[in-house]
Design a protein. Sequence first.
Length: 229
Amino acid sequence: MRLLQLLLFCCLIAAMTGCAGHDPVWQLKAQQGLRQLQQEQAEATFPEEYASISKLFREGQQSLTEDDEALADQQFLLAYQKSELLKREVELNRQRLKEEALQKEIEEQAIREEEARAWAEAERKRQQELAETQRKLQQEGERKGVTALPASPPQPTVYTVRRGETLPQIAARPELYNDAALWPLIYRANRDQIRDPYQLWPGQVLKIPRNFSRDEALEARRQAHRRNR
């Protein structure tokens, strides 16, 4: 009797073991890997690799429905391994993008510094030219016996457009900015009547800004540079 009970018990254990069948370890790991890749938006960055892993996982699920557990495990394992490799690629790509953004910021900062140096140099030359002009006027006055020079005329704050002129040409006039690259200052001050800085109408009366900051001048130069590309 005991022998019969023992045999029945062994058969029951074997049946339970058979029902347990598939070990879901690789299936769960592959599923977790896919979920992590979705969170990392790997599908947008590496669409082909992500599609391959997703296809492997679906094939593993299909193999389970066909009771081919060995093949399913192989497919889930391969999907998991590929997901681990792709996660490393995603991380490397993230680091590369960070480095590129940092390099771009460094380059832009160098451009801003170069523009500031160019502005300072242009201002220095303008002051030198002004001083040289004043010196020549002083010498001319002394030669003619004039002890005092007439006061310099005020800088114009308006300008009437002549036929064929453009904003860069106007900004380059000595009595205005003596610098063609500063035309965006005039453009911004007259947007109500200017659509294209290179198409003006004779007789237009433009406002000429005078009290602008160094940063505004640098931004005007950047805008002029972008327009000339």
